[in-house]
Design a protein around this ligand. Structure first.
Ligand code: AMP
Ligand code: MG
Length: 337
């Protein structure tokens, strides 16, 4: 695959030179920089507009590198790693002190994962041969706005903040973010593993792997447990609401009076309105998750007065999606930023 090879070497070259690379993973696009290079890491925060007290997830190619960046490696993390890596699981562990201080925002813990995406893995493997092999990468979008799952959305979000020497890896089917939602984060830094962020891997899968019940931490506002969790996140700039099927029945026409309205719903609404564009959303959570951010990003560019998403079913398969929608709607206001 010549294209893959040449883009990988270009990306590695940028990382070695302390530049930033927006690269695809199986979850979302990451904005990566060498995690051992303080200047590179500082630029990640700057380009994203992310507060510097919100530490970054480290991406590494293999278990040997994980063991270099953490202080200890015990049975829970070992079980989770063998079952879910490479893949969409992030583990929080004690910081071994190898990375730039700003990557962990000075915390005594770090968050780390081995991604499964062929481009990401290949880039990390090559980078470990000529550099640190440790890439700090939050999602490749401006802080608190919608995550990105393709090169065009990264460009729209970050082009005014990146330098010429930085790189956005192009999208093709090989580079698809196949899950489209962020990793599940499990805190294994103390005796009772806790889920800090719901994600692609379900709570029941974590529990069956560990053979114990795990808690989902009420992370919001509890900075000591999950630095970086915030109430407003994943949010479009356009006014955005999640509405129930019942509300669609009762209030849709009134809402449409306010201006051009988009509705993503699971079945065709009973009413039509001159201001309304309604589309049927995937009923399969995997498909819905894969489309969610690209849908929000493209809708956000279309000058709607309001974006409405029908509330998805409330069961474990939809948990990560409901979490993202819940946070995305918290910015709800008509102001354009
Ligand atoms: P993201 O916003 O996708 O970049 O993910 C950041 C999340 O990773 C945070 O909300 C934390 O839950 C977790 N995280 C990252 N770095 C650390 C760290 N050093 N210690 C604990 N959790 C971390
Ligand atoms: Mg993010």
């Amino acid at each position: 695959m010549p294209k893959l090879t040449s883009e990988v070497s270009k990306a590695v070259d940028s990382l070695v030179r302390g530049k930033l690379v927006a690269f695809p993973t199986e979850t979302v696009y990451g904005l990566g920089g060498d995690a051992t290079n303080e200047e590179a890491v500082k630029r990640i925060y700057k380009v994203k507009g992310r507060p510097t007290d919100r530490p970054l997830i480290l991406h590494v190619p293999d278990l040997a590198t994980v063991k270099k960046v953490v202080l200890n490696w015990a049975s829970s993390e070992s079980k989770l790693a063998s079952r879910f890596w490479p893949g969409p699981l992030t583990l929080v562990l004690k910081n071994g002190g190898l990375i730039a201080e700003s990557a962990s925002a000075g915390y005594e813990t770090i968050a780390v994962r081995i991604p499964s995406h062929p481009f990401a893995l290949s880039m990390l493997e090559s980078f470990s041969k000529i550099g640190s092999g440790i890439v700090a990468a939050p999602s490749a979008n401006r802080f608190s706005f919608v995550s990105t799952t393709n090169a065009e959305d990264v460009e729209m979000s970050l082009q005014n903040h990146l330098d010429k020497a930085d790189m956005i890896v192009s999208s093709n089917s090989q580079d698809e973010c196949k899950f489209g939602l962020e990793s599940t984060i499990v805190d294994c830094s103390n005796d009772s593993p806790t889920i800090l962020r719901v994600g692609v891997i379900k709570k029941s899968e974590i529990e069956s792997c560990l053979g114990i019940q795990v808690r989902i931490s009420q992370v919001e506002g509890r900075r000591q447990n999950s630095p970086g969790s915030s109430l407003i996140h994943y949010s479009p700039r356009t006014a955005f609401r999640v509405i129930t099927n019942n509300e669609i029945e009762k209030n849709l026409l009134d809402l449409c009076e306010e201006g051009k309205t988009f509705l993503w719903c699971f079945e065709k609404p009973a009413h039509t309105h001159k201001n309304l564009i309604a589309e049927i959303a995937p009923s399969c959570p995997r498909k819905y998750g894969r489309q969610l951010y690209s849908k929000l990003n493209s809708l956000d560019r279309e000058q709607f007065t309001m974006i409405l998403f029908e509330e998805p079913p409330k069961n474990e398969d939809w948990n990560a999606i409901c979490d993202r929608l819940e946070k995305a709607k918290n910015r709800f206001c008509t102001k354009k930023f």
